[in-house]
Design a protein around this ligand. Sequence first.
Ligand SMILES: NC(=O)c1ccc[n+]([C@@H]2O[C@H](COP(=O)([O-])OP(=O)(O)OC[C@H]3O[C@@H](n4cnc5c(N)ncnc54)[C@H](OP(=O)(O)O)[C@@H]3O)[C@@H](O)[C@H]2O)c1
Length: 275
Amino acid sequence: MPATLFDLTDKVIAITGATGTLTGSAAGYLASQGARVAYLGRSQAKLDAALAGVLSKHPSAQVLGLVADVADRAALEAARDAILAKWGRIDVLINGAGGNQPGATITPDKTFADLDFAAFHEVMNLNFHGTVLPTLAFLPALLAAAPGASVVNFSSASSTRAISRVVGYSAAKAAVDNFTRWLAADLGRRTQGGVRVNSLVPGFFIGEQNRRLLTQEDGSLTERGQAICRQTSFGRFGEADELHGAIHFLVTEASRFVTGTTVVVDGGFCIDSGV
Ligand SMILES: NC(=O)c1ccc[n+]([C@@H]2O[C@H](COP(=O)([O-])OP(=O)(O)OC[C@H]3O[C@@H](n4cnc5c(N)ncnc54)[C@H](OP(=O)(O)O)[C@@H]3O)[C@@H](O)[C@H]2O)c1
C-alpha cells in the first residue's frame, strides 16, 4: 500500500510522444515527484534534449529516453523490454503521441468533398492506432504490475464537440474515448480493478502544432483563437502545467475506483453554451 493516495515514488511510467509540449511537461512533472519515467519519442535528439531539460531542474530525477514510433510494434516491445530490464516493472502507460495534419482538415476555402483521405487515414493511424498499439505492447507488463496499474489516453475536446475544420483528428480522438471505455470495462472485469483505463481531455493549449493557427506573429490572437477564448468559460487557453493535477490523480491510488472515464481539463470549453 502506498504511503499516500497520491504517492508516485518509484512508480514506473512510460509516456509516448514524450517530446511534445503537453506530454513533455507532464513527463517532467511526474519525474519531479519521484516517479521513474520512460520518455518514448521518435527522435533521439529530441529525447536527449527533453531528458537534459528535466535533469537540469531535477538532478535526481529517474528518467530514460527510448526511440519508438507508435506505429512500430517491434520498437514498442523493445522499449517495453528495455524499461523492464532497467526498472523491473511498468505501472502506467500514458498514450500521449498524437496530432493533426493539414490534409485531414477542411479549411474555409474547402468542403468535406475535398478531404485528402490519405491524410485522414494517417491522422487516424497516429491518434487512434497509435494508442491501441502501444497499449497492446505494454499490456503484459501492466497486467504483471497490477493492482495499481493504469493507462491514460490523451483525447481532445474535439472528440465530443464538432469543431470546424478538424474532421480527421476529432474522429480519431472519439475512437480513443470509445476504446478507453471498452478496454476499461474488459480489464476492469478481468483484473477486478487491477488495471484501470481513463482518458484525459485537454481543452485548448497553445503548442507547436496550433500556434500559427491561434496566434499572430505579434502574439495577439487570430480570429479563431479569439473564438476559442470566447467559448471557454475562463476566457483563455490552458497552461501545460494545468494538466499535471489530473494526470497525477489518474496514475495514482487516488483514482483507484475510477475507470473508463474522461477527465476534462478545459477551463469550461466543453460545458459552456456561449450564451
Ligand atoms: N496541445 C493541445 O492543445 C492539445 C489539446 C487536446 C489534445 N491534445 C493531445 O495531447 C497530446 C499531446 O499534445 P502536445 O501538444 O504535447 O503534442 P505535440 O507538442 O504536438 O507533440 C506530439 C508528440 O507526439 C509525437 N509523435 C507524433 N507522431 C508520432 C509517432 N508516429 N510515434 C511516436 N510519437 C509521435 C511527437 O514526436 P516528434 O517530436 O518526433 O514529432 C511529439 O512528441 C496529443 O495526443 C494531442 O493530440 C493536445
